[in-house]
Every structure is written in structure tokens, then in C-alpha cells.
Design a protein around this ligand. Sequence first.
Ligand code: PLP
Length: 436
Amino acid sequence: MTSATAQQTTNAQTTARRRAATPDGLGLIHPIACERAEGHLLWDVEGNRYYDFCGGIGVLNVGHNHPKVVQAVKDQADKFLHTCFHVAMYDGYISLAEKLNNLVPIDGPCKTALFNSGAEAGENAVKICRMATKRTGVVGFERAFHGRTLLGMTLTGKTKPYSAGMGPFAPEVYRLPVKPFFASHRRHTDAEVERMAKDALDNLFAYHIEPENVACVMIEPVLGEGGFYPAHCVAMKILRETCAQHGILFIADEVQSGFGRCGANFAIERYEIEPDMVAMAKSMGDGLPISAVTARSEIMDSLHVGAIGGTYGGNPLACAAALAVLDVMKDERLPERALKIGEKVMALFFELEKTYDFIGDVRGLGAMCAFEVVLPGTMTPDPDRCGKILAAARDKGLLIMRASGNVVRTLMPLTIPDEDLDDALRILKESVAAVA
Ligand code: PLP
């Protein structure tokens, strides 16, 4: 048998090879093959240049190949690639843990354990909370996304495409409704939200699981894959208070919303709420696979030796990248930049909402912004027209993606200069006009 040649010439050829060699279950957002990328730009194998508003699905807050990250990884590669932190320790892991312990918005001494992916961070967060509380129940939300492992997909509050047909699922997972906690400030008064959130929690504890058996609640401050819904600040406060009242640990899943994206180091800071634990990944490594769980020391120390860890967690190259990311985030004031980017993006999205009857809700926090594409004059999702907007944008040189079928979302590198941001937004505006 002859194997396919490694040479890639066109996007179509690469797509055909991909279809033949990899399973259909691996989704593909844009049928282009990357040749190189830099900052907020990506070039395909045909030489087309794109503004990248996908950022590898929220991984590239500091941009593709940030020179400081690349240099840090090269320097580490010259020393050693791997020891396994359990075999022989190294400074990068410990320095990164020290920095994250100080960075998370949690009072008191913290500790950090490193893993490889967002799903692994979530899984380990739950393990640690169960051991710390000696309870088994875990509460998540409708529309949440926490990854594709067994516990991750069980906690994920959407059946298709994430869990349908893949049961049985992990036990002791309970779900709160999305509406009270992610209600729109534009459509509901604070008093309404307070009543809805309290009712939902009362209902959970009365009919599903008693609070004394709940170890933790896991919440994305802004639902990512679920459609870019920022949590409502009143509901967040009620959730926080309820957790404190019953000894339930509050986990902020900051995998997509963290590292400056929402206008603060972590999105939860925008709510002025102190979580008990933060799960993070994605933009932490600028593309190198790394994730983390950080919480107060007494929580993190509630496991026996060997209960957490792994062969690759906190790999030296990934730690070097993450340490550089933290420096860049601070030096280039990326959380502040996210606020400025968000203002520009939301101004366009509100304009689109006023202009077109097929643009539904507009929402966002910092530079995590979105608009819905709906059937004209209704709230009914229109994934077809949404797909046409994405295709039109790609043809004009902008890679942008959707969440939950009909929601156009922005995950551009926060390092994008104003001039290119304006040009990319012009393309998006024209792409929406093109499908009107
Ligand atoms: N949690 C959130 C909020 C996410 O957005 C994602 C991925 O999109 C995950 C967890 C899972 O991360 P990973 O794909 O790295 O396992």
C-alpha cells in the first residue's frame, strides 16, 4: 500500500486527505489548512491571509507564536523536554504554581496542580472537591460545556452533539436550569432574576439532591460553547451565598473565559465574587497543552499521595509557555485591552441588531462577544444563515466561528492592533450584509 504524500497543495486536497485519514466525529469549522500563523493572522496553504477571530477556540489570547512564548519554549527545549513532575521536579512547574496561586481571586494561601486539557482540569476539580467535602454530588448547568471525557460530557448540559448515544453517564451529577443564572440584564429585572435563581436552587435541593450531599457547583462565568451567555450578577451572588451556606464548593470553570478574555485576569472577577476553586486551560499555554486547578491549600491538600497527577501534566515546555503568557498578559495589559476590543465589537453588534431583523440577542463580557442569528423577527435560531455569514467572512479574509449553532462569537487574540480590528469588523459587517 502506498501512503499519501505529506505535501499539501490546496485546501481541498488537504480536506480530502483529512476525511480519508481521520474520523468524521472530529468536527471541522473552516475547510482550510494552515501554513503559518503570527499574532492575529493566519495563512492557509494557498497563500490566503485571514484575521483569526477563532484563536484556536479561545486559546490564543496572546496571539499565535508570541515571540516571548516561542523563545521560552525554545530555551526549555534546549534543556529537557520531560521528566514527569512525579519523577524529578523542575522549576517551571513550581514557578507557575506560585504565580497562579497569587493570580486567582481567592483569599488565603493557595496551591495549584497542573494537567493537560480543560476537561482534565474539570475532572480533577471535581475529584478534589469530593475529597475535600467527603460528599459526592456535583451540580452543573444546562447549556454548560466542560469537555468530552466521561465526567466532562456528563456535566456538559447539552445532548447533541456532546453526549447523545454515549451513556451510561457518570453518576451523582445534577443540573440547574440555565435561564435564572444566565438571564439577560436587558430582559429581566434584578428582582425577577433573584426569584428565579432562588426557586431553582430550592427546587434542586427539594427534589433532586439535598444540599448536605453536594460537593461542588461548577459554573462558567460566561457560557462558552453554550452560546456566550454571561452569568447574571444577581444570580451569581445568590449561588455564591448558597454554596457558602451549605458548605458547597464553588468552582469557576475559566477554561474559555480566563486569561484576560473578559476584561480581567479571570471573568469571575467581573462579578466581584470569590470562588473556592478555579479551573483553567486554553489561553494559559498559547497553544501548548496545559491546564490547572487552583484552590485554597486546605482544599488542595485533602487528597492522599497519588490521587492526582499524570505522566504529562505540567510538561516543562507547556510550563515555560504558560509562564511567558502570564508575563505577556501583564506587560501588554491584555485584560484592559479586552475591554477596549469588547467596546468596539459590541458597538458593531448593536448596530447589526438595529439594522437586520435576523440578528437576535447581542451579548458579551469584555472581548467574549456574540450575536444570535435568528429567523426574521423571531427568537428561533437560524443555523443556516449563521453558516452563510461564517463562509462569507472566510471568503473575505476573516476566520470566525459559532457557538451552539446560531451564535457568532469572537475569540480574537487580544494583541490585535486597532487598525486590523477595525478592518476585520468591516469584513464581518459586510458578511452579514451579504446574507441579508
Ligand atoms: N471547559 C470549558 C468552559 C470549555 O470551553 C472547554 C472547551 O471548549 C472545556 C472545559 C474543555 O477543554 P478541552 O477541550 O481542553 O478539554
